[in-house]
Design a protein around this ligand. Structure first.
Ligand code: GTP
Ligand code: MG
Length: 708
């Protein structure tokens, strides 16, 4: 079977933004204007549980009016197939943005026209930088009272560091917003109403000034600046092509098709970020945004292929996006729903057919592809094959997990891995009914498998099952989804901070394990050095034994002992991280030495060394941003200091002020109550994990008491 549609006619894009910017609302409009859907559902009308937007179909999403998991939809626009992933904006669900960006070719970053750049937009922007994803900015909600285009543009340039290319200029703001000037096409669009089927009138640039007299100077100034901004756009964009630029400077002439090519080139390389405006809710600017997706965002592979890495993660090559190449795909999401296990993949090269066998290169396991489906939010449609550039799902895979590489067995290749955030909060989870213990652990296992930002652990002391995640909402939603999707009810304890431990200094230790009891004895001796490493560097084990002083077969036992013993540190039983364990030397006995004896020696050596190193307790430090009225600033800053926080930045944000800083998570529980009472309910805040830092020595005991 030949390709149904040329690769150049595809766009795989994500919609990313801070919470509530209007991503889902925009996606609903896209589905309506592309003819996929005949009715628009509003996010705030789904609480009754009777209706749902296409992408927010989970019960938890409808009730809360927020997106929790990313959902894919596809639509046709002017002959192009546009696959869209609507992502959540809440910080607890960052993993969904992370994995979507990893496999998408472009992104539309949505802004609330009043709030401008918000903390989660910054986080998502950084993620898009990391994965090298070209993007467009769409300043939404221009119809809201207080919408301020200038403030948004400034934030995009200054806080995100984007080389924004102003393609649109709004006509008015709040209830006067009626359309925009299109500086690329050189015309203006004016809608005749807020209705979803309203038509727009296209007028030439020179007629625009005569049409409007807005209530604010700010809005009128934008109209007055249109000729100057058009000139700026032309120069800025044509600079992407030296010849076109020179011709323009000399003669003032340019080819409109070439202008678009220039913007496309700049957008794909990341040199330019086209900036548009609109109001999805009031049905203005969505079609223009779709045109820009087609015009300026890349087709699969246009921005280069995918990196191939070796076992250490070092890049050793690139795979171009082509059908006539070995099959290569990346699994980026696993969900359990009414269809069974669905493994979402992005196919980078080759053609994968129903019935094919692929190699899971990450796990060195063969997987047969029984069924392939194209997923449209809550629905799935069977297809015969998946090709380079496609995003689809394989049904009932057994071995494959998020982040795994799938490849043709003849030409295996490992694709660049995904990076996952560290969970920082944990809760103890118990079944509601005693008899459900086994059901609960199966259900938890399924949830954790589907969400790499969750971890499951058993508290060694209390025997409790601990679920770790990104935040309180994340854990609550997980427990609730277990009830609605898997029918298992559980209760959750109080959320607790995920502390960690580290070595305080480098320690060398010899440990001899010797036991003589009746028959055969046990003997093993290890000499090891433990060195603390910098934050986030993980755990390394190096075998430096020479001359067979410990036989080869016993060395893995020592490594295993360290890797498992480090789960429980000596300060308060938290995981020990960021160290190198070097096995230097040892002794063995022909008869009495065994794997078990070496494991025991390894464990004891670790414990003693950790204790002797002056071990440290580490705590998660959160990056926070508080936004409120200026009059409360003093109170907010003073309180951050009392919570052992540090201010990193503060300034004006539209009519409000913002304060950014770093505060230990253990001091942040219940912060919302403080903020509400201090600011009469007008302040808001956002926080996300930033790094782990040492707990000051004098505080360890106090913190541990609080935890207990
Ligand atoms: N006034 C106005 N309101 C809008 C606009 N777009 C979205 N909204 C409203 O803003 C609220 C949030 O919209 P959503 O589309 O759910 O926002 P989101 O970005 O998907 O939010 P999360 O998925 O939770 O991050 C809803 O009540 C929308 O009706 C707009 O253009 N103008
Ligand atoms: Mg949403």
């Amino acid at each position: 079977m030949a390709r149904k549609k040329e690769l150049k006619l595809y766009r795989n894009i994500g919609i990313i933004a801070h919470i509530d910017a209007g991503k889902t609302t925009t996606t609903e409009r896209v589905l309506y204007y592309t003819g996929k859907k005949h009715q628009i559902i509003e996010v705030h009308d789904t609480k009754d549980g009777k209706s749902s937007t296409t992408t927010d179909y989970l019960e938890q999403e409808r009730q809360r009016g927020i997106t929790i998991q990313s959902a894919a939809v596809s639509a046709e626009w002017k002959g192009y197939q546009i696959n869209i992933i609507d992502t959540p904006g809440h910080v607890d669900f960052t993993i969904e943005v992370n994995r979507s960006l990893r496999v998408l070719d472009g992104a539309v970053v949505v802004f609330d026209g009043v709030a401008g750049v918000e903390p989660q937009t910054e986080t998502n922007w950084r993620l898009a930088n990391q994965y090298n994803v070209p993007r467009l900015c769409y300043v939404n909600k221009m119809d809201r009272i207080g919408a301020n285009f200038a403030h948004c543009v400034k934030g995009i340039k200054e806080r995100l560091g984007a080389n924004a290319l102003l393609c649109h200029v709004p006509f008015g703001s709040s209830d006067e917003f009626v359309g925009m000037a299109d500086l690329v096409a050189g015309c203006g669009y004016i809608w005749d109403s807020d209705d979803k089927d309203a038509e727009w009138e296209t007028i030439p640039l020179d007629q625009i000034p005569g049409r409007f007299k807005f209530a604010t100077t700010r809005d009128n100034d934008w109209i007055a600046r249109i000729p100057e901004l058009r000139q700026e756009l032309l120069e800025h964009a044509l600079a992407q092509d030296e010849d076109a630029f020179l011709e323009f400077v000399e003669s003032g002439k340019f080819d409109p098709a070439q202008l678009k090519q220039c913007i496309r080139k700049g957008a794909i390389s990341g040199a330019l970020v086209p900036l548009l405006c609109g109001s999805s809710f009031k049905h203005k600017g969505v079609q223009q945004m779709l045109d820009a997706v087609v015009d300026y965002l890349p087709y699969p592979g246009e921005n280069g292929g995918i990196s191939i890495v070796d076992l250490n993660g070092t890049v050793i090559g690139t795979q171009e996006v082509r059908d006539d190449a070995p099959a290569r795909a990346l699994a980026f999401k696993v969900i359990n729903d009414q269809f069974g296990t669905l493994t979402f993949v992005r196919v980078y090269s080759g053609v994968i057919k129903k019935g094919d066998t692929l190699l899971n290169v990450t796990r060195d396991r063969k997987e047969r592809i029984g069924r392939i489906v194209e997923v449209h939010a809550a629905d799935a449609e069977d297809v015969e094959e998946a090709r380079a550039g496609d995003i689809c799902a394989f049904v009932s895979m057994k071995e494959t997990e998020t982040g795994d590489s799938l490849s043709s067995p003849e030409k295996p290749a490992l694709l660049e891995r995904m990076r996952f955030p560290d969970p920082v909060i944990s809760v103890a989870v118990e079944p509601k009914a005693r008899a459900d213990v086994d059901k609960l652990s199966t259900a938890l296992y399924k949830m954790v498998k589907a969400d790499p930002s969750l971890r499951l652990e058993v508290d060694q002391e209390t025997g409790q099952t601990l679920l770790r995640g990104m935040g309180e909402l994340h854990l609550e939603v997980t427990i609730d989804r277990m009830r609605t999707e898997l029918g298992v009810e559980a209760t959750m304890g109080r959320p607790r901070v995920s502390f960690r431990e580290a070595f305080g200094s480098t320690v060398e230790r010899v440990y001899t394990h010797k036991k003589q009891s009746g028959g055969s004895g046990q003997f093993a001796e290890v000499k090891m050095i433990f060195e603390p490493l910098g934050g986030g560097s993980g755990i390394e084990f190096s075998d430096e034994v020479v001359g067979g002083r410990i036989p080869r077969e016993f060395i893995p036992a020592v490594e295993k002992a360290i890797m498992s013993e480090c789960k429980r540190g000596q300060v308060a039983g938290y995981e020990v991280v960021d160290f190198r364990a070097r096995l230097l030397d040892g002794k063995y006995h022909d008869v009495d030495s065994s794997t078990l004896a070496f494991e025991i020696a390894g464990r004891a050596c670790f414990r003693e060394a950790h204790k002797a190193s002056g071990p440290k307790l580490l705590e998660p430090i959160m990056r926070i941003e508080v936004v409120s009225e200026a009059e409360y600033l003093g109170g907010i800053i003073g309180d951050i200091a009392r919570r052992r926080g540090q201010i990193s930045d503060q300034g004006q944000k539209g009519p409000q002020v913002y304060v950014q800083g770093f505060v230990p998570l253990s001091e942040m529980f219940g912060y919302i109550n403080f903020l509400r009472s201090t600011t009469s309910g007008r302040g808001t805040f956002q926080m996300e994990f930033d790094h782990y830092a040492d707990v000051p020595a004098g505080l360890v005991e106090k913190l541990m008491e609080k935890e207990a």
